[in-house]
Design a protein around this ligand. Structure first.
Ligand code: SF4
Length: 84
């Protein structure tokens, strides 16, 4: 499957012109899960995570988000790669 992820969060390390996400994989979770788990819990661990429900789009988040310029340690914490 050749998916394209569109995103408007332009201060994310993985964001690119045209509102495209250039992460090789991402994970969406509930806000609660995103807030209570460290950066290393990300898309590479998806198969190990328990599915959960959400009431609306307002209670979900992109857990792969990393602020631009936050340093190599934080960028590499989740093992996600930025594609060219
Ligand atoms: S990782 Fe998430 S927040 Fe960052 S550009 Fe991709 S979809 Fe947007």
């Amino acid at each position: 499957m050749n998916q394209r992820i569109h995103c408007t969060i332009n201060n994310c390390h993985y964001w690119s012109q045209g509102n495209e996400c250039k992460a090789n994989e991402i994970i969406i979770t509930s806000d609660q899960f995103g807030q209570s788990n460290p950066d290393k819990v990300d898309a590479t661990m998806a198969k190990q995570l328990t599915p959960e429900s959400a009431d609306s789009c307002m209670s979900t988040c992109c857990k792969t988000f990393v602020p631009q310029g936050s340093g190599s340690q934080r960028v590499s914490a989740d093992s996600i790669q930025k594609m060219s």
